[in-house]
Design a protein. Structure first.
Length: 131
């Protein structure tokens, strides 16, 4: 199970390679079906942090049941805009926002770009790992 400390009120974030790592990202990606249901359409994008492209690719590979609208490099408001204009089931932004450059994370939103709390995501990860 990924560290409890990475699951925040409105996102997932931590120092990449320490608190948040590729294995945690794989587990989070696999748990997305518990949150969105089968075969969701999700917008996915990332910021300019060095670790963002790796996390972006990891999510896409480990959530193969999702149909991704791959937006690539963008801002968080752009992801929110695309979720709404593309009528997506949700979105994932790879970013740690204002945190130091060694940090990274995932902002996950539902339809209409409504934030999904880290606590809900943590429960979904736990339920997937129990199987």
């Amino acid at each position: 199970m990924p560290s409890k400390t990475i699951f925040k009120a409105y996102d997932i974030r931590g120092e990449y390679g320490k608190d948040l790592n590729k294995d945690a990202v794989k587990k989070i990606a696999r748990s997305l079906m518990k949150i969105f249901g089968a075969h969701p359409t999700l917008v996915i994008g990332h910021d300019t942090r060095e670790s963002s492209p790796e996390i972006y690719k990891t999510v896409i590979v480990h959530a193969p049941y999702a149909r991704f609208i791959k937006a690539g490099l963008m801002t968080t408001p752009m992801m929110y805009f695309l979720v709404n204009t593309r009528n997506a089931d949700g979105g994932i932004m790879i970013t740690a926002s204002h945190n130091p450059k060694t940090y990274n994370g995932l902002k996950i939103v539902a339809r209409r770009a409504i934030p999904i709390s880290g606590k809900i995501i943590r429960k979904a990860v736990a339920s997937v790992l129990e199987k």
